[in-house]
Design a protein around this ligand. Structure first.
Ligand code: HEC
Length: 127
């Protein structure tokens, strides 16, 4: 069976590539938190609830980012390119001049962590 090793490589290689890509994408929610507090919290609040000190000055108000319905790709798009990139208000600016793609992914990881914690709390209450 001379073909077997070749096949094995063909099968395992994509898996290895996917795993490697996955690892390099591992976002860091703690680094995300630091950036979020620096850049986003004035509007969105420290935990992304949309209750930052500047939030009342805006119409529409900054969103609750813990319960956002956007997926990760859409979140990345809005944060990098601003609200209009996903049909939202231009009051939400794009931050790609200031934040690297990895930093945006870290922020998304922070928001997802907060969202998950809030959901778990809610589930516990209704038990
Ligand atoms: C100057 C105030 C302000 C700052 C600073 C700000 N935002 Fe926003 N953001 C808004 C407003 C206002 C909206 C609502 C836009 C709309 O609903 O049309 C919004 C919407 C969003 C949305 C869309 C959420 C959804 O579910 O529709 C995301 C994601 C978001 N902001 C992330 C961020 C992140 C991350 C940062 C920091 C890098 C940030 N914002 C900084 C004002 C701000």
């Amino acid at each position: 069976m001379p073909c077997l090793p070749v096949r094995l490589v063909l099968v395992t290689l994509p898996v290895l590539i996917i795993m490697a890509a996955d690892r390099s994408n591992a976002a860091d929610p703690n680094a995300g938190k630091t950036k979020f507090l620096q850049v986003c919290a004035t509007c969105h609040g420290n935990t992304g609830l949309g209750d930052g000190p500047a939030s009342t000055a805006y119409n529409p108000r900054p969103k609750n980012l813990q319960t956002t319905e956007l997926n990760d790709k859409q979140l990345h798009n809005v944060i990098a390119n601003g609200g209009p990139a996903e049909g939202l208000s231009p009051l939400m600016l794009g931050w790609k001049a200031m934040l690297k793609p990895e930093e945006i992914d870290n922020i998304i990881a922070y928001l997802r962590k907060l969202g998950k914690q809030a959901q778990e709390k809610k589930n516990k209450k209704s038990e």
